[in-house]
Design a protein around this ligand. Structure first.
Ligand code: HMG
Ligand code: MG
Length: 299
């Protein structure tokens, strides 16, 4: 097969949200803001900064309004916040959000555990949110979770991954990020999934969001890059995990993804040294392991 690697890749940094939503201790708002600023200074242009979900469900994201309120305005940067429903969207809009992300799952059990509704009910919840976003010029990104397996159901149907992803695109998401929520996939399985999704949605509208629980994330990203998917979610220091996905650990580390892409001649516009410094900053602040391999040798 001719490999159709993209010439440039866009990194969507998810550490302030996916990385910190699962930390047991409360991370101070100032620490989150300092992390976000360092990430932006490294050249990251798309960054998920928090989520307007129920603070009872995810206490670590309870300061979403303060985060959006205190972030430095950077015209070149897209600050993204997660919104599970209209209530979250309204809170985000009040704080001046310009881009939100909605999330649905290809597994019914995960959908119930994570958002207390079925996958179709989640899609229905997004309809009024989408309409309001469109009216107010707010961009909406989508997520399909459990694309390579579910922590509760095991195997997930590829047809369901395609159905949810296409539904999110059809309702107005400019892009859908495909989540291997528990990092269970392997490269050939990832390729089968991406081939099926590409029958319905073009590569430019897809992103890869692979957790690294079993050390497969970089291999899975490479396997899907061959198909020209140019958008990759990643988290500095490999932080991450969903509190409602049993056994999920960190996302793929942004530093390692950037190292791989640059080595392949795929440009990201990111300064690897500054990125590594941001990873060391946050892991020192919250006293946790830095899971980036490249950061162990570039200090
Ligand atoms: P629910 O309990 O069914 O909600 O939760 P409800 O509509 O019945 O409302 C119950 C209470 O919550 C009410 O307050 C609402 O006002 C309030 P009360 O009357 O009891 O005082 N409420 C809210 N408050 C603030 N912001 C809101 C909001 N909505 C309701 N937006 C809900 C349903 C969706 C809200 C809940 O299940 C929830 O917040 N879930 C989010 C869980 C989450 O954040 N998971 C992690 C992110 S997803 C992820 O990590 C995967 C991803 O990374 C991709 C991948 O890896 O695959 C994206
Ligand atoms: Mg995730």
């Amino acid at each position: 097969m001719t490999k159709n690697y993209p010439k440039t890749a866009r990194i969507v940094e998810v550490s302030p949200r996916d990385g910190l939503q699962n930390i047991k201790t409360q991370v101070p708002t100032e620490t989150k803001l300092a992390l976000i600023n360092q990430l932006c200074d490294s050249g990251i242009k798309d960054i998920e900064v928090s989520s307007f979900v129920s603070p009872k469900w995810v206490p670590q994201m309870a300061d979403a309004a303060e985060i959006l309120g205190q972030l430095k305005a950077r015209p070149e940067t897209n600050y993204i916040v997660l919104t599970p429903n209209l209530k979250g969207f309204d809170r985000a809009m009040e704080c001046g959000a310009k881009e939100v992300a909605v999330f649905a799952a290809a597994s019914e059990t995960f959908s119930q555990k994570n958002t207390n509704c079925t996958a179709d009910e989640a899609l229905k919840r997004f309809e009024p949110l989408m309409a309001k976003a469109l009216d107010n010029g707010i961009k909406v990104r989508g997520y399909t979770s459990c694309v390579l397996g579910c922590p509760y159901e095991g195997d997930v149907s590829v047809d369901e991954v395609v159905r949810i992803t296409k539904a999110l695109i059809d309702m107005g998401c400019y892009e859908v990020s495909l989540g291997d929520t528990i990092g269970i996939g392997t490269p050939l399985k990832a390729q089968k999934m991406i081939e099926a999704v590409l029958q319905q949605v073009p590569a430019e509208k897809l992103a890869l969001h692979f957790h690294d629980t079993r050390g497969q994330a970089l291999a899975n990203i490479l396997a899907c890059l061959e198909y020209g998917v140019p958008n990759i979610d990643a988290s500095v220091a490999g932080l991450g995990g969903c509190p409602y996905a049993k056994g999920a650990s960190g996302n793929v580390s942004t530093e390692d993804v950037v190292y791989m892409l640059h080595g392949m001649g795929i440009q990201t516009g990111i300064d690897l040294d500054k990125l590594v410094a941001a990873g060391h900053y946050i892991t020192n602040e919250i006293s946790c392991t830095n899971n980036s391999r490249i950061s162990a040798i570039v200090s």
